[in-house]
Design a protein around this ligand. Structure first.
Ligand code: ZN
Length: 436
């Protein structure tokens, strides 16, 4: 089904393992469908119809609940999740104290430590309807332990969650003589995406060279690019323009993602306007991380205090692909969080002032189909006949209601299997007993 076909009615076969009955499908550019039945066979969606007459081994009556493609986590650091307070808490709340704490914590990393925490987090995220994840793995440490662990996790979980691993040089690629080699070695080991952190290189020149080097590696190894770009309030941090220039020169366009770009929020409007024109030529993707950006940025401001989130609304208005990530969950940079993408979208609505009806719906897309585009996974994402049956069921009227309530999915179905089910918590009100 495409967004151009508001009344889906498609069949491939009449035999099903699972039928979902009377669910309302999210039709992104239109609204919600009338209640429909979805037939699933061998992990694939094989029918979508107003009324399937056949029966299946297993059937769920959704009674008008919403059926959504799964949430996508487009930016998380699974190597550092669930380490908050180890070896100490981030008292200043800054990105840079976080990097120092992580530098100490990673001295004690081992494969099991990373794998166990990553698996716990992925399971938590899957329970919350996330079935596609892009994680960064710090590759600026001898032994590439984080990368090795996350590659093993990626392969181990592929039957229920799709994971992409970014080779991310947290400390910069020119800050230590080994780091350049470690980054390339990470790609040889099988990292899916090349990462970078140009604003944290020692000089502006190193930052520019790092971006050029990242593009060269991506072309050599045929990988995607996702750069931590200008994650700082410094209005002079202008590596986004370098990323844009390389994207134009190499034609890599939509294979490239600029994460964070928080300095973009501090650029003067004349420069930002010029840059926006270049961005429209490149089709690069953006990832904002509202929970983390609002927390880490603005720390050196007195008042007025900047929000520190990139120009999400303006990028969206200009037709540029933006998705949202959680970024950190209980780690040196952010000690809170549960990994819930509706928390992320909810914060995005607030901090990006996306409160109009269309804007709220756009924030939902930023944790679903926009992120599929960013991850270059559109071929296996979406509720269409012939695609993997990976979807979630939400007890919500529509996308707006889902974000408002941040509801846990009633069912999470991955490749045709019901992998998680949640019964809503029930609160008993005793007020009448007291005459309230
Ligand atoms: Zn990050």
């Amino acid at each position: 089904m495409t967004s151009q076909s508001p009344i889906p009615h498609q069949f491939i076969t009449s035999q099903y393992d699972l039928i979902l009955r009377r669910g309302k499908l999210i039709l992104f550019d239109i609204g919600e469908s009338e209640p429909l039945d979805i037939g699933i066979k061998d992990g694939i969606i094989t029918a979508i119809s107003p009324n399937l007459s056949e029966s299946a081994h297993q059937e769920l009556d959704l009674a008008g609940k919403l059926i959504s493609p799964p949430f996508i986590e487009s930016h998380i650091h699974l190597d550092s999740v669930l380490t908050a307070g180890e070896p100490r808490w981030n008292q200043s709340g800054t990105l840079f104290e976080g990097i120092e704490i992580w530098r100490d914590r990673k001295l004690t990393l081992n494969l099991d430590d990373v794998k166990n925490r990553a698996l716990r987090m992925l399971q938590e995220q899957a329970k919350q309807g996330i079935l596609f994840v892009r994680t960064h793995a710090d590759v600026s440490a001898a032994g590439l332990i984080a990368l090795q662990a996350l590659l093993e996790v990626r392969d181990r979980v592929r039957d229920w969650i799709s994971v992409q691993v970014v080779a991310f040089p947290q400390d910069g690629i020119y800050s230590h003589p080994d780091n350049l080699n470690l980054l390339e070695q990470a790609l040889e080991m099988g990292a899916d995406v090349v990462g970078g952190i140009p604003h944290y290189e020692l000089t502006r020149e190193d930052g520019v060279n790092s971006v050029k080097h990242i593009f060269a590696l991506a072309q050599k190894y045929h990988r995607l690019i996702d750069i931590h770009c200008d994650e700082i309030d410094d209005d002079q941090s202008r590596f986004l323009e370098v990323v844009v220039a390389e994207a134009i020169k190499t034609g890599m366009g939509n294979k490239v993602t600029a994460s964070h770009t928080t300095a973009f929020a501090s650029y003067n409007n004349a420069y930002a306007y010029k840059l926006m024109g270049f961005l429209k030529r490149t089709q690069i993707n953006f990832i904002a991380n509202p929970l983390i950006n609002i927390t880490l940025q603005g720390r050196t401001d007195t008042y007025p205090k900047r929000r520190g989130v990139t120009r999400v609304k303006e990028l969206w208005q200009n037709g540029i692909n933006v998705s949202f990530g959680h970024d950190c969950v209980q780690d040196p940079w952010y000690s809170l969080g549960t990994g819930n993408m509706l928390d992320v979208a909810h914060m995005g609505v607030h901090v990006c002032q996306m409160t109009g009806r269309d804007e709220v719906n756009a924030c939902y897309e930023m944790v679903t189909r926009n992120a599929a585009k960013t991850l270059d996974m559109e071929d296996k994402y979406g509720i269409e006949v012939g695609k993997p049956a990976s979807l979630i069921v939400l007890a919500a009227r529509d996308r707006y209601d889902a974000i408002r309530t941040r509801i846990q999915p009633s069912y999470v179905i991955s490749q045709g299997k019901i992998i998680a089910a949640t019964t809503p918590a029930e609160t008993k009100w005793y007020g009448e007993d007291y005459g309230f």
